[in-house]
Design a protein around this ligand. Sequence first.
Ligand code: NAG
Ligand code: NAG
Ligand code: NAG
Length: 378
Amino acid sequence: MAPAEMLSLCLLVVLAAASASAQEINNRFPDGFMLGYATAAYQVEGAWNEDGKGESIWDHMLHEHPEWGWNGQNGDVACDSYHKYADDVECLVNASADAYRFSISWPRILPTGDLDNINQAGIDYYNNLINLLLANNIEPLVTMYHWDLPQALQYIGGWPNPIMADYFVEYARLLFDTYGDRVKWWITFNEPSVFAGGYASTGGQAPAQNAVGIGDYLTYYTVINAHARVWHLYNDTYRATQQGYVGITLNSDWAEPLNASSPTDQEASERSLQFGLGAFGHALFTAEGDWPPVMRERIDANSAAEGRPRSRLPTFTQQEIEYNRGTTDFIGINTYGTGLVTLGETGSIPSFAHDQGVIVSRDPSWVVGASGYVYHVN
Ligand SMILES: *[C@@H]1O[C@H](CO)[C@@H](O)[C@H](O)[C@H]1NC(C)=O
Ligand SMILES: *[C@@H]1O[C@H](CO)[C@@H](O)[C@H](O)[C@H]1NC(C)=O
Ligand SMILES: *[C@@H]1O[C@H](CO)[C@@H](O)[C@H](O)[C@H]1NC(C)=O
C-alpha cells in the first residue's frame, strides 16, 4: 500500500459489501483459498505515542514535515485501530473474511528498536488482536516490517547500515517466541523496494534521506540478508514446534513492451521486471541467487562511468548468496498496474531510474491502483 492510501478497514468492507460479499467471492475460488483483508500498522493503528510506544520514522518525518502528508494527514490517529481493533474484527466477521493480514509496529513493541525495553502494553495489544481473530476463525497473517522503523534505529543509519539485520533478527525472535504458537503465516518485509525508496527520497517517503541511487541499494542488501537470517532462524529453531511459514511480500507492476514486436522494447520489459521483482526475487527464489545479472552489469558500469572506485550496488559474498537463496516458504505479490516500457535515459545521475534505463508510460484507458495479493506455498 502506498502511504497516501490511508485505508480504513471498515471502508474496505463497505466497498466489498456493495458489490459482492466475501462469501460470494469466495465461492468462486477453490477449496482452501483464503480471502481476506490487509492493513499496515502505521496506516490504521493511530495511538502513535500511547502506552509506551516509541517513535517510528513515519511519526518523526510527518511531525517534522506535515506538508509531506497526503492532504496534511498523518498516522497519529488514523483509523484508531489501536482502540477499535474489536470493531475491526467485527467488520472482518461481517465480511466473512478467512484471513486478516496486519503488521506489527516494531516501535510499539520495542520503543528503542532494541531488546533493552520490551513494551508489555504493545505485546498485549497484538496478543488481544490475534486471540480475537482466532476466536472468530480468522487466520492472522503477520507482517513484521511495513515501513515503520523505530526512529531510534534511524539515528544509527537505518536500513543502509548492515547491522540492522542483527536488530531485525532479534525483533523477529521475540515475535516467534511471543506469538508463534498462534501465528503460522509470517511475512518478513512488505514491499522492500518501496520502503528502500525512503533512503533515496528528497521528501515524503520516510525517512527521506536523499541518498539517491546509493542508500536504496544498501537497503536492498541489508534487507535480503535480514530476511534470509529470519527464515533460517525459523527453519532451524521454530518450525519443528510451530509449523508455520515464513515468506516475503514483493511488489511489482507488470511491464509490457510499448511496441510488442520491437526487440528493444521487449528488452526494456524484461529489464524493468528484473529491476523490480528481480531486485529481491532473484536472490531469494532463483537457483543461482545473487542480483539479477542485468542489475549487476548496469549499476557497475554506471558507477564506473561516474568515477566511483566501487559499485553503488553492494556485493554478496559467495557464502551469502548460498545462504540467502531458497529462504522462502511462500511469496506475496502486491501489484498496482501495468506500464508500457521502452528503453531510454531517465532519472537523475545516479538513481535507480537511471540505472534501470527504461521509460514507462500508461495507457490512459487502463485503471491503475488496484492491489492484488497472491500466495504460492512451496
Ligand atoms: C456487523 O453486522 C451487524 C449485523 O448486521 C451490525 O449490527 C454491526 O454493526 C456490524 N459491525 C460493524 C463493526 O460494522
Ligand atoms: C530447514 O530445516 C530442515 C529440518 O531441520 C533441514 O533439514 C533443512 O536443511 C533446513 N534448510 C536449510 C536451508 O537450512
Ligand atoms: C514495432 O516494432 C517493429 C519491429 O521493430 C517495427 O517493425 C514496427 O514498425 C514498430 N511499430 C511501431 C508502431 O512503431
